[in-house]
Ligand binder design. Structure first.
Ligand code: ZN
Length: 97
């Protein structure tokens, strides 16, 4: 019985560890910049940067760089477009029906 409890507790800890790892993402900010960047962004190549946690960067009021986070931003836009597309499809179906 005791072994089983320890096993479950271990699983919970592992789950938490994996979760926190998935959310911990390092980003790079410049001294006066309002945006955070990925390590390989060309905007910060020749600049002095500070590596901080993404969550912390957001809390400090930083926004994602449009160059290196274009994928993230596009994904957000795409999800909106998809919603609209679904809606327009429904309208078409209604017309057809
Ligand atoms: Zn960038």
């Amino acid at each position: 019985m005791h072994v089983r409890k320890i096993f479950i507790a271990g699983l919970c800890l592992l789950f938490l560890a994996v979760n926190s790892l998935a959310f911990a993402e390092d980003v790079y900010i410049t001294q006066n910049g309002k945006k955070y960047h990925k390590a390989d962004c060309r905007f910060i190549k020749d600049r002095e940067t500070q590596k901080i946690d993404k969550q912390e960067a957001i809390q400090q009021g930083h926004v994602p760089c449009q160059k290196c986070y274009s994928e993230d931003l596009a994904a957000e836009k795409n999800s909106n477009v998809n919603e609209k597309t679904t809606k327009s499809k429904k309208t078409k179906n209604q017309k057809d029906g």
